[in-house]
Design a protein around this ligand. Structure first.
Ligand code: IMP
Ligand code: MG
Length: 171
């Protein structure tokens, strides 16, 4: 276990409060990145006191490395129009930063009033593309983690805490 449920949820509550202050008098459109961001987005939204809309998006990066910057494959697009909205992207984890860098470029084109990024976890050591992370619950070392939405081959998302994957046994 890396981050127990109580510690994680206390911190999410704190971030929710901070976001509520920063967005006072405005409405937030949460863009939850599927599938890993779902548990975090729901828990976070419970602690935001300004009006919140929620929408969901699923993306995958092109793997071959030859794609021009800013291209991302949209597997499921948003239903909401972003124009003039205060958009908050809610992600499970920022690793290399590639996916979010591309996603932000895709969303910027839709002319939101503002575009910010909130992540549950951040592995800063792994970053290859600089991206502006506005809210982070926890910075973690370079390890493969599961739980609270994060999976290993679609398993372990439902663990109520963040654990480090042990490939040694029991999988
Ligand atoms: P990036 O483009 O390298 O930042 O990729 C980030 C994505 O990779 C996240 O949204 C996760 O879906 C996945 N990912 C990165 N690190 C982990 C991990 O430790 N556990 C589970 N998924 C991870
Ligand atoms: Mg993800």
């Amino acid at each position: 276990m890396l981050i127990p449920e109580e510690k994680l949820e206390a911190r999410i509550k704190e971030i929710g409060r901070k976001i509520s202050e920063d967005y006072a008098g405005r409405e937030i459109l949460i863009v939850c990145v599927l599938r890993g961001g779902v548990f975090f987005a729901c828990e976070l939204a419970k602690h935001i006191t300004v009006p919140v809309r929620m929408d969901f998006m699923s993306v995958s990066s092109y793997e071959d490395g030859t794609e021009s910057l800013g291209r991302v494959k949209i597997l499921k697009d948003l239903d909401e129009n972003l124009e003039g909205r205060d958009v908050l992207i809610v992600e499970d984890i920022v690793d290399s930063g590639n996916t979010l860098h591309k996603l932000m470029r895709v969303l910027e084109v839709r002319r939101p009033a503002s575009l910010k990024l909130c992540t549950m976890l951040d592995k800063p050591e792994r970053r290859t593309v600089e991206i502006p992370v506005d809210y982070t619950c926890f910075e973690i070392p370079d390890a493969f983690v599961v739980g609270y939405g994060l999976d290993y081959a679609q398993k372990y998302r439902n663990l109520p805490y963040i654990g480090v994957l042990d490939l040694g046994e029991g999988i």
